[in-house]
Design a protein around this ligand. Structure first.
Ligand SMILES: NC(=O)c1ccc[n+]([C@@H]2O[C@H](COP(=O)([O-])OP(=O)(O)OC[C@H]3O[C@@H](n4cnc5c(N)ncnc54)[C@H](OP(=O)(O)O)[C@@H]3O)[C@@H](O)[C@H]2O)c1
Length: 254
């Protein structure tokens, strides 16, 4: 089975899409390195996965740390696959956001993704059996008022990852930008985003999308999860920008 005998490092593994990635890589025979801040939650997931015979290393780590890629690389050994899944958003107007809220979103969603991709690239290329998956968002494809810094950060992730995929073509490493739409995880509660009229996918559906792409003979460099989300992107892109911005506005929970 693809990924059997390899090791996958997954950031944001304590919750939602990252935890689902961990379970699914384990089911495909991969050993794991689980990264997030909540050590107790990672330990519980690691115990569950070890029951299946896989080796799991837990690395409690705050991705707002400077040079997070190099620091993580010093703490782990062989890694064939990296899934940069950790992400954070704060819904509200940019003007009313604090400096800390803005920095946090850029650190975790941009700096950590770049640092980790750079620090682990030599190992991923040497292995040639794995993948680099950077988790972006549907919001990457359409600017979102109320999530201005977040959606722009995710646009960075898509552009960065797609360019990397081209630079690394023929290297044996698969590079994929994964853009989930609204997904039922802890994310909406943490970001304080209103759920009015939102149609959610499950984390399992998002990870299905990722593996369907990764399993292709010629994997795409970028994929949006869910037919409805792909449709939303197409329709909103076709509209005048001001209309699209009005429709996309994210509302904070009162
Ligand atoms: N859910 C959605 O609707 C949705 C839509 C589009 C894109 N996405 C993207 O999908 C990815 C996964 O999100 P999710 O829905 O699974 O959200 P989630 O359930 O809130 O999980 C977020 C993960 O990121 C980790 N994280 C946050 N800040 C961190 C930090 N400073 N250091 C280390 N880890 C940190 C969290 O772990 P700790 O708290 O333990 O540190 C958690 O494991 C994110 O990149 C998100 O932007 C989500």
């Amino acid at each position: 089975m693809r990924y059997a005998g390899t090791t996958a490092l997954i950031t944001g593994a304590s919750s939602g899409i990252g935890a689902e990635f961990a379970r699914r890589f384990a089911a495909r025979g991969a050993d794991l390195v689980l990264v997030a801040r909540r050590a107790d939650v990672l330990d519980a997931l690691a115990a569950e996965i070890r029951e299946t015979g896989r080796t799991v290393q837990v690395v409690p780590f705050d991705l707002t740390e400077d040079r997070s890629g190099r620091r993580l690389a010093e703490r782990v050994g062989r890694v064939d696959t990296v899934v940069n899944c950790a992400g954070v958003a704060k819904t509200g107007s940019f003007e009313d956001s604090t400096e800390d809220e803005i920095r946090l979103q850029l650190r975790v969603n941009v700096d950590a993704v770049v640092d980790i991709s750079h620090a682990f690239l030599p190992r991923l290329k040497a292995s040639g059996q794995g993948a680099l998956v950077n988790v972006a968002s549907l919001t990457a494809h359409l600017p979102v008022p109320g999530l201005a810094a977040y959606s722009a950060a995710k646009a960075f992730v898509v552009h960065f990852t797609e360019a990397l995929a081209h630079e690394l073509r023929g290297s044996g490493l698969t590079v994929l930008a994964l853009s989930p739409g609204p997904t039922r995880t802890e994310f909406y509660a943490t970001s304080g985003t209103h759920e009015n009229g939102v149609r959610f996918q499950t984390a399992a559906q998002v990870v299905d999308t990722a593996f369907a792409a990764l399993d292709k003979k010629n994997p795409p460099v970028s994929v949006i999860s869910g037919a409805q989300n792909r449709w939303v992107k197409r329709v909103l892109k076709a509209l005048p920008t001001r209309t699209a911005l009005r429709l996309m506005e994210a509302e904070p929970v009162a």
